[in-house]
Design a protein around this ligand. Sequence first.
Ligand code: NAP
Length: 267
Amino acid sequence: MLNTVRVAVTGALGRMGQEVVKMVVRDPELTLAAAIDAKHVGEDIGEILGLGTLGVKIQDQLEIALLESKAKVMVDFTTPHVVKRNMEVAIASGVHPVVGTTGLSHDELSELDKLCRESGISALVAPNFAIGAVLMMKFSEMAAKYMPHVEIIELHHDQKLDAPSGTAIKTAELIRKVRNELKQGQPNEKELIEGSRGGYMDGFRIHSVRLPGLVAHQEVIFGSLGQTLTIRHDSIHREGFMPGVNLAIKKVMELHGLVYGLENIMD
Ligand code: NAP
């Protein structure tokens, strides 16, 4: 019999969590071991998602769910308020976290990395699991070396809890590594409406748009004399994140400590 990876999904009834459950159920190399969410506790996750009875009931106690299910990997798409605790519980339970929830600070990531290394449990945190978004970040890093005047516009659905997006912050960090230090724009500029120039990070601006109908989108605009370059990525459906999540589930156990970013496990 095929030795499958047992996967627990936290936030299983969320927009992303539902896609993860479907992806895990469809992959013969993976087994859905547990589904954790605050709603529909005790009900079969398959019946709720229209997948038929799966024999996996929704639980709201993560420690117990991980212990009973013998999960090897926990995939977390929950909220910025609970993700850190969920990761701590998983690491303490010997379960490898694969995390898409955004909003973890640098300090929190370092703390979790330390915890991973102390307990010998590896983790992968990625602010964006879409392969196209990883390429957008890479191309932006390449362009910033030659066109250092840049602004980022990220656009998401109106229920997103954090701003700017984790992808925008990660893009800014990559750009910072290669961009020559410079002060952009007009030094005497005056904002007539507070916030209209967006958030300031590392010498350039990040703008966050929140509207119903959007999923996850980002434009990185570079400007120089007589030309502009726009690098844009659009996530049109949440299914687009699943090949990246699938890859992470299969690779996370081979990693060391906490690895940040899908690009680190892509060939
Ligand atoms: P969502 O629809 O609000 O889903 C979150 C789910 O988690 C909800 O069902 C929520 O239940 C549940 N939840 C809350 N606290 C929980 C807990 N303690 N234990 C278990 N479940 C809990 O949000 P989403 O759109 O799926 O996004 C989730 C996260 O993923 C966000 O941080 C988002 O930015 C991020 N994201 C990342 C990527 C990526 O590629 N990395 C892509 C898209 C989204 P309630 O509704 O009852 O609170």
